[in-house]
Ligand binder design. Structure first.
Ligand code: DQA
Length: 159
């Protein structure tokens, strides 16, 4: 009889969540956010994750409640819950106690990503409702920040 103990071989599920206006990437203020589209980013990360036996669940919404719903449904309410989250909460970074609480309820590691260096912009962008709970925060490195977050999870899951 073989026993099924969780090992580094166990398939993992990761969520990639993007908040308000990030569906416009590529067209939205390209000098700040770059010319890569969200679809490009999602496809690139999905392929890289798959090569490491990680299922990437991509979700974008302009609605705070929809993101709260997604975290709850793919986390606590799912029979195969996600094991971690890469999130760019976008403008919700600076406003959303509800998404913070959803991630706290999920109780899985998450990495906060921002394309721009939020600390080099308007002062209100320096405050985040997420950073103190994140395992890490990546900002200012453009869309490469998402790849770096995924690489952290690949190493974390294989440890
Ligand atoms: C952002 C920074 C936020 O301040 C802004 O509201 C965004 C995008 C970024 O990726 O740089 O929408 O999260």
């Amino acid at each position: 009889m073989t026993s099924q103990t969780p090992t580094s071989q166990t398939p993992k599920k990761l969520a990639l969540i993007n908040g308000a206006n990030l569906h416009l990437l590529g067209k939205r203020e390209p000098k700040i956010y770059g010319s890569t589209t969200l679809l490009d980013i999602e496809q690139r990360l999905t392929a890289h994750a798959k090569a490491h036996q990680i299922e990437l669940c991509c979700f974008q919404s302009n609605h705070e409640g929809a993101i709260v719903d997604f975290i709850g449904e793919s986390g606590l309410l799912s029979p195969t819950p996600i094991d971690g989250v890469i999130i760019n909460p976008a403008a919700f970074t600076h406003t959303s106690v509800a998404i913070r609480d959803a991630l706290a309820a999920l109780d899985k590691p998450f990495i906060e990503v921002h394309l721009s260096n939020v600390h080099a912009r308007e002062p209100f962008r320096s405050h985040s409702y997420f950073s103190d709970k994140a395992v890490g925060v990546i900002c200012g490195l453009g869309d490469m920040g998402y790849d770096m977050a995924l690489d952290w999870f690949i190493r974390h899951f294989s440890a």
